[in-house]
Design a protein around this ligand. Sequence first.
Ligand code: GSH
Length: 222
Amino acid sequence: MTHAGLTLYFSRNLNPRVAVAVAKYLGAPVDYVPASPRHPAHEEAFRPINPNRLVPVLVENGKSLWEADAIAYRLAQLTRPDFWPGHPHAAEITMWVSWGALHLNRPGSSFYFHRLVRPQFSAEEPAEAFMDGEMRQFREGAAVLNDYLAGRKWLVDDTLTYADFRAASLFPFAKGAGLPLADYPNILRWHGQLNELDAWRDPFAGLAEHPDQIKPLEGATS
Ligand SMILES: N[C@@H](CCC(=O)N[C@@H](CS)C(=O)NCC(=O)O)C(=O)O
């Protein structure tokens, strides 16, 4: 199988951050291309690469694969299958990927979006009752994760897998987004372990930035 012809389009936001962290962690042989797919000057040019006009996108020999999870899956297949699809407990990893998307990152993303991204282009604040509901759901998910991590180093089989990357996707932005991580000591300890990896702590090291990048506000990361 050839590894040639892999291009990873990314920005400095949440989901592309995960894809870049995966590519760096796995040492995947990708060309990193900074993109700003929602910038009015670049939107139409980006549509053939991803009709959703979002990053990350992995282009392999001319074919686009979008969604951070699909990209992580593919990069693991090409480099280190036990990071996800080839792991003996791959179903459990998928459980955390699916759970994280719906029960943790979805409500948590409202804080990422409204505290860090939306203020750059709109002053329209969300309804307080909506944000209260999102915080309630985020806290439910965070409590489940925190309890599960008690006595465990990593989520699946005590080895670092994509389950950890996906469940932790929001946490580099926790400070700026105002997510109450201090209330969840096992999450803090576990995310501290992830931060020991250069690929997780600073995935964009050495990578260029798109001149028209829409990125989280300064001070986003903890
Ligand atoms: N479901 C997609 C979401 C992709 C997405 O929402 N991307 C956002 C960043 S988190 C984006 O491209 N925003 C425009 C930009 O970053 O310039 C995934 O998991 O990859």
